[in-house]
Design a protein around this ligand. Structure first.
Ligand SMILES: [Ca+2]
Ligand SMILES: [Ca+2]
Ligand SMILES: [Ca+2]
Length: 335
């Protein structure tokens, strides 16, 4: 009962939000003749970098074509998720990231959430595990980092980045300064089939090693066999990512031979972790912490980075990969 109530409330809240947005749009249209244009855009206006980790939707969202470079891929990402387009990009496995910017500084207003990160997370209607109280479905949490352009050079410098510490930040199950390296695959190699996993086309497709002495593979699944899972505009033989590693959030709740993956949401503070209408998709710049874990007080942010925070392969679903559909400055949107 309680769980249903909570869900109902969140659905209603979502509907109210959507309703509010529509109302705002029509109000603006009505006032079209009044010369009071918005000074700044509430949406992403620039994409500075896009470096997904290997994954089944890499080279597809956005689509890579022969001749594309980092610069043209950045433009494609902007065309997809910038300026309120609400398309979608996939960041691939752990560490894969996008860095975006705005035409103004998103203000940090005290006591208020400041921006929303749109993803494609949703809650499952059913769960074979009747005892589960956590919300889950397709939740693929990404870490959010922010940069305030303190030296006003129009760029996010290394010492200007801060992580937003979400609900898992201080837990022992979360690993700081985790590092992973993915190795470019030989696309013509003999696939390694798993007789017990009919949905896997190559279980040893893209190898990775990590800073903990671990190793594994991004598997190729039968649903996405035609595209390479390794970002094709990057010519390096391997790519390395570093960041905060969240614990695995996918659980196979299936009984018997049937796989039934539920990807659970974390409590708060992650991208692509809860549905876009939920308050949990909004962020407070006051959650920023420095590399030592100390709170920092930022007047606002000029750049935002989102990266996949989990390194997990979920059977036929494939790797957990954060998707991003847009970012909104909440203070510039009419409430
Ligand atoms: Ca704030
Ligand atoms: Ca700067
Ligand atoms: Ca997702």
């Amino acid at each position: 009962m309680k769980k249903k109530d909570v869900r109902l409330v969140s659905v209603l809240t979502g509907m109210m939000l959507v309703g509010g947005l529509f109302a705002a749009c029509s109000d603006e249209e009505k006032e079209g003749s009044v010369p009071e244009p918005e000074k700044y855009s509430p949406y992403i206006t620039q994409v500075l970098d896009f470096r997904p980790a290997p994954g089944q939707f890499v080279n597809g969202m956005p689509s890579w074509k022969e001749g594309d470079t980092q610069e043209t891929m950045n433009q494609k990402v902007l065309a997809a998720i910038g300026n309120n387009k609400k398309g979608m990009i996939s960041l691939g496995g752990f560490g894969g990231y996008v860095v975006v910017g705005f035409d103004h500084t998103i203000e940090n207003i005290a006591g208020k959430r400041d921006f929303r990160v749109l993803g494609n997370a949703f809650y499952a209607e059913a769960n074979p595990n009747p005892d589960m109280t956590r919300k889950g479905g397709s939740c693929e949490p990404g870490i959010v980092m922010v940069a305030y352009d303190k030296n006003k050079n129009g760029k996010p410098d290394d010492d200007e980045w801060y992580e937003l510490a979400g609900s898992e930040y201080n837990k022992e199950t979360t690993m700081k300064d985790y590092q992973i390296t993915y190795y470019r695959p030989d696309e013509n190699k003999e696939p390694v089939i798993d007789d017990d996993a009919p949905h896997i086309a190559d279980k040893e497709y893209i190898r990775w090693t990590d800073s903990q002495g671990g190793e594994g593979y991004i598997a190729k699944n039968v649903f996405n066999v035609d595209n390479s899972y390794f970002p094709q505009w990057i010519s390096d033989p391997n790519i390395t990512f570093k960041g905060t590693l969240l614990p695995d959030n996918g659980v196979n709740e299936g009984t018997g031979e049937e796989e039934y993956w539920v990807l659970y949401a974390y409590d708060w503070g992650y991208a692509d972790n809860v549905p876009n209408g939920d308050e949990g998709s909004t962020f407070d710049i006051d959650w920023a912490i420095d590399k030592k874990g100390n709170r920092v007080s930022l007047p606002g942010v000029d750049f935002i980075k989102v990266y996949t925070g989990v390194n997990q392969n979920c059977g036929w679903l494939g790797e957990v990969s954060t998707e991003v559909c847009g970012i909104e400055d909440l203070h510039l949107l009419v409430e």
